[in-house]
Design a protein around this ligand. Structure first.
Ligand SMILES: Nc1nc2c(ncn2[C@@H]2O[C@H](COP(=O)(O)OP(=O)(O)OP(=O)(O)O)[C@@H](O)[C@H]2O)c(=O)[nH]1
Length: 290
């Protein structure tokens, strides 16, 4: 995405939205028919720690497995979920997403302007599944833009920096903001980044505090390093699998398993079965033009 001087942002918002639409369209166009080998999931990936998750199932629900193997309830339409990444400035949200999606790490900090978008294709229980990844800006001045993309999230990932306890303390506020515009029961994660910067002893100390916060918030805890890649793929496979499981369970419950699913009531992107992506921004950003 192009970057803009902050003083121009208010007037630039329609332009940024337009740029983002182009980014989203191009990402969908680049999607492959079949997920890469390392994005194929046959059983529910484990949590980071079994004592730091509210999601206790050790595998997919048997009904979900049955529905996936039943060709009638496995139509051609693409299943998709929306995951939003939020947290304080420079905690490492973009690096985390880029490590998983592009296998790269950049040690130079470039602030996210508003939001950035990726889409990753998985094969879960032999069913194609897209995870939309919304990387939001942590800087206060972009809050207005970023928060307008929180709605319709199936997965909320609150990110903090393991080397900065203050960023951990702010996680409750980030989660509350995301939950305030999302109904239903999104899967929730607390992810500590930059694990490579801590000694084992220092990490152990932070971990006990982070796990306490995770338990209080009712979210699943992870610690990762985007520099080394430690834990990153496991985290994304886990969150994709949990999101997929939830969406299948809802579909089964609603008895609509033979219909092509959508991604939720307030989605921004309608998934097509061909290559044309319809972009439907539903919410105006208060305080921004456009
Ligand atoms: N050593 C180390 N540095 C990291 C890691 N993750 C991110 N960083 C560094 O932390 C800085 C901020 O990373 P970003 O990913 O841009 O942070 P962000 O949360 O997206 O920031 P905003 O877009 O402003 O919200 C960059 O200089 C990164 O190189 C990590 O796992 N290890």
């Amino acid at each position: 995405m192009r970057t803009y001087p902050v003083w121009q942002l208010r007037n630039r918002w329609p332009v940024i939205k337009n740029d983002l639409s182009k980014v989203i369209k191009s990402k969908f166009r680049m999607l492959k028919d079949k997920a890469e080998k390392d994005r194929q999931i046959k059983s529910l990936p484990p949590p980071f720690r079994v004592d730091a998750t509210p999601y206790l199932s050790s595998d997919f629900d048997p009904e979900v497995r049955d529905a996936c193997s039943d060709s009638k309830s496995n139509p051609g339409g693409m299943k998709a979920s929306k995951a939003i990444f939020l947290g304080d400035v420079a905690v490492g949200k973009t690096c985390l997403v880029n490590r998983f999606c592009h296998h790269v790490f950049d040690s130079n900090y470039k602030a996210t302007i508003g939001v950035d978008f990726e889409v990753e294709c998985f094969d879960i229980l032999d069913v194609p599944f897209n995870l939309q990844i919304w990387d939001t800006a942590g800087q206060e001045r972009f809050k207005c833009i970023a928060s307008s993309y929180y709605r319709g999230a199936h997965v909320i990932v609150v990110v903090f920096d393991l080397t900065s306890l203050m960023t951990l303390m702010h996680c409750q506020k980030w989660l509350e903001e995301a939950l305030s515009v999302n109904s239903g029961s999104p899967r929730m994660f607390l992810v500590g980044t930059k694990k490579d910067l801590l000694s084992e002893a220092a990490y152990a100390e932070v971990e006990s505090q982070a796990m306490r916060v995770a338990r209080t918030l009712g979210v699943e805890y992870w610690a990762v390093s985007s520099r080394t890649g430690d834990g990153v793929a496991s985290l994304f496979l886990r969150l994709a699998a949990l999101a997929f499981g939830t969406s299948m369970e809802l579909e089964i419950k609603s008895g609509a398993s033979s219909e092509r699913p959508s991604i939720g009531p307030s989605e921004l992107v309608c998934l097509p079965t061909n290559n044309s992506t319809a972009i439907v921004p539903k919410k105006k950003c208060i305080g921004c033009d456009g």
